[in-house]
Design a protein around this ligand. Structure first.
Ligand SMILES: NC(=O)C1=CN([C@@H]2O[C@H](COP(=O)(O)OP(=O)(O)OC[C@H]3O[C@@H](n4cnc5c(N)ncnc54)[C@H](O)[C@@H]3O)[C@@H](O)[C@H]2O)C=CC1
Ligand SMILES: O=C(O)C(=O)CO
Length: 312
């Protein structure tokens, strides 16, 4: 079996060695321009069109959870990957735990008012503040798939009221589920901390805008862990400055790297990380890919296949 690998930043020799060890009989090679030799599977991130087009592959694996970049390239170049070739993505493979750490630590940071104490420290002020109450601190997950459900699971023991919003209704224990466009207003009303874990699709671009933010209670918080295009940054800044929002924690941006001139950098109530909320963990990803290829080779069904029409 021949496997071609392309990732612009990963440690390719490490991956090739790990994949060759995990997949018995596999010949794994780094794809380089001009390589038109046979391949059964392709493992990719931001692949050049010529890497995939014209190949009779058994499957392609995206080396991340989000497939928005490859799907948008496919729109422009449908010949790159004909419909009959399945596209898989990484489901969790260690990203769930990272999202849990990120979300839980930030919710607790806001709940214990560490943002306020940080501001008081800047002014050398010793001033105990009133506690926030758990019942006023409903956490709402926008998107409740693989990663959203892991975040809900990690928040549950902390006792915050939890709710989620997704395309179809979920039955996660202790989580109130809202589904579809019609139930979005009810979901937002009462959500004090909004955590975004939606995929980037035509339906979700710009979803966190002025209209949505206005439906949250005053002094709410927003955490964007999914994609920058979900959030209208100018609307977020307006909502922060009007007092509608108390704080924001951002991992993803409309442009990455975030340009120096972005007003987000200097805003005192915007905390930021550079798209590191959850990164691909090589060992877990290799294990998942090896297991999935084994299932496909046996003609069995495997999880993680992207629905190209749906967009995620
Ligand atoms: N910041 C980072 O480091 C990372 C960000 N991500 C982002 O997180 C996203 C989510 O990942 P997963 O949980 O694995 O995806 P998933 O596909 O398992 O879950 C997506 C959820 O969004 C919901 N959804 C999709 N379209 C919807 C719509 N139009 N209306 C309502 N709900 C809708 C689905 O019902 C589902 O609950 C990825 O697509 C990626 O963009 C993923 C990994 C790391
Ligand atoms: O896997 C993804 O989609 C990511 O955003 C990785 O950082």
């Amino acid at each position: 079996m021949d496997i071609i690998f392309y990732h612009p930043t990963f440690d390719t020799p490490y991956w090739i060695k790990a994949l060759s060890t995990a997949i018995p009989g596999a010949r794994v090679r780094e794809w380089k321009r001009g390589d038109n030799e046979h391949a059964d599977y392709a493992l990719v991130w931001h692949p050049p069109v010529e890497m995939l087009q014209g190949r009779n592959l058994k499957a392609v694996f995206a080396l991340g959870a989000g497939v928005d970049s490859i799907l948008s390239k496919l729109k422009a170049h449908p010949e790159m990957l004909p419909e009959h070739i399945p596209l898989f993505r990484l489901e969790d493979t260690g990203m769930g735990q990272q999202m849990q750490e990120y979300a839980v630590s930030q919710v607790l940071h806001w709940f214990r008012r560490f943002d306020d104490y940080h501001a008081l420290k800047q002014q050398s002020r010793w001033e105990p503040l009133a506690d926030y109450q758990r019942e006023d601190f409903t956490v709402g997950l926008l998107g409740a798939g693989v990663l959203g459900s892991k975040v809900a699971e990690a928040l549950a023991p902390w006792g915050f009221p939890l709710r989620c919003w997704s395309r179809t209704r979920k039955t996660y224990p202790g989580v109130e589920s809202f589904a579809g466009h019609d139930e979005l207003p009810a979901f937002l009303k009462g959500t004090r901390v909004l955590i975004n874990l939606l995929p980037n699709t035509a339906e979700t671009v710009g979803i966190i805008n002025q209209d949505l933010l206005n439906q949250l209670p005053d002094q709410s918080y927003v955490m964007n862990l999914a994609r920058g295009v979900h959030l209208v940054e100018a609307d977020l800044l307006k909502a922060l400055d009007s007092g509608k929002l108390k704080g924001a924690m951002l991992d993803v941006y409309s442009r990455e790297p975030l340009p120096e001139e972005s007003p987000l950098w200097a805003h005192p109530r915007v905390a930021m990380t550079p798209h590191i909320a959850a990164v691909t963990r090589p060992a877990e990803a290799v294990d998942y890919i090896a297991r999935t290829i084994a299932l496909l080779e046996q003609g069995k069904a495997a999880t993680g296949q992207v629905d190209r029409q749906r967009g995620y």
